[in-house]
Design a protein around this ligand. Structure first.
Ligand code: SF4
Ligand code: SF4
Length: 321
């Protein structure tokens, strides 16, 4: 049953802005469901000077409404960047409350992770089953001594679906209890909306896959509310996408306030996949301001997880973009 709701957001509203930063198209993998432009190597990582100016800009722009920024570094594979350590150090130096999250395939060596993990607050590790060795990944991350949050997400690739399920249950059995484990449904092509065409039998298998939470108490839950009351405190966006419930047309959406996107081309943008006209400027010319008012949604499908996990209000009378 779909519960009626008029607001969707994190239970504790963030005092931070989430900076979703696609750094480059350089990657050490070639996933079949990844758009070539996300891993073809044509776009290099930005220079460290540019990166530092961007971090300063974010600090300045959001100082009045947010306490800190959460940098989500991705694209293609951020851990192969030779300035990764300098960038992470600077993010913390500018504001010690700043947090760093990375989206990674986890392929770097144990010694790389041991050197860098102290700067990283959250590691979101997608297991790309066709290319990864689950035993190697589990052994490596079990051996890593850290208090950082680590999440393994087993990508449910329709082309090797049975192996994905096997990998999930291997990880469930063998991962340290402080590492979170989940499975994620995939888009046909990661940069476009439209989920893979799982068969009914595969959907049944997916429904039975349950997460293995590492530290449930520390995770801020995404919830639905009706008249300011929580009506669903276990919102699972992967399920919502599968059931085509990711539609908030005409709602007010907090992209640009709670989140900001920096595309692989270096464009500062409000919304990842939607609103192509809302490009504010580029990392190489920071002479612009971020409006920081909600956006009225014009789309019948919200396709990117960062966008989906952003506050939305059905009834809002204030100014919108
Ligand atoms: S999905 Fe990620 S790991 Fe796979 S090729 Fe694309 S950028 Fe690389
Ligand atoms: S499509 Fe864009 S504007 Fe609409 S809900 Fe998603 S992120 Fe917000």
């Amino acid at each position: 049953m779909t519960l009626d709701y008029d607001e969707i957001r994190f239970l504790t509203e963030p005092r931070s802005v989430f900076v979703d930063w696609d750094l480059s198209s350089k990657c050490n993998y070639r996933c079949s469901y990844c758009s070539p432009s996300s891993h073809d190597g044509k776009i290099d990582f930005p220079s460290i000077d540019v990166v530092k100016r961007v971090v300063d800009k974010i600090q300045y722009e959001y100082a009045g409404i947010k306490d800190y920024a959460v940098y989500n570094l991705l694209g293609g594979e951020p851990t192969i960047w030779n300035k990764f350590e300098e960038c992470s150090r600077y993010i913390k130096q500018v504001n010690p409350k700043n947090q760093l999250q990375i989206l990674t395939n986890g392929n770097r060596t144990l010694s790389w992770w041991q050197r860098n993990i102290n700067y990283i607050d959250r590691v979101i590790l997608t297991v790309h089953v066709a290319q990864a060795d689950i035993k190697e990944l589990v052994n490596k991350f079990n051996a890593l001594s850290t208090n950082s949050y680590i999440e393994f997400q087993i990508a449910l690739d329709i082309a090797v679906f049975d192996k994905c399920v096997e990998y999930f249950y291997y990880a469930k059995e063998n991962l340290n209890s402080n590492i979170h484990l989940s499975a994620k449904t995939l888009l046909k092509i990661l940069s476009d909306p439209g989920v893979m065409e799982y068969t009914d039998a595969q959907r049944e298998v997916i429904k039975k896959i349950t997460e293995k939470p590492a530290r449930p108490a520390t995770q801020n839950r995404f919830v639905k509310l009706h008249n300011n009351q929580v009506v669903d405190d276990r919102v699972n966006m992967f399920d919502m996408i599968l059931q085509k419930q990711n539609n908030w047309k005409d709602w007010a959406c907090w992209i640009g306030i709670d989140t900001i996107t920096i595309t692989v081309a270096g464009d500062f943008k409000i919304g990842s996949m939607c609103n192509p006209h809302l490009i504010l400027g580029n990392i190489r010319d920071l002479n612009f301001n971020i409006p920081k008012i909600p956006v009225r949604c014009n789309y019948s499908e919200c396709g990117c997880l960062t966008d989906i996990y952003t506050k939305k209000l059905k009834y809002y009378n204030g100014p919108t973009l």
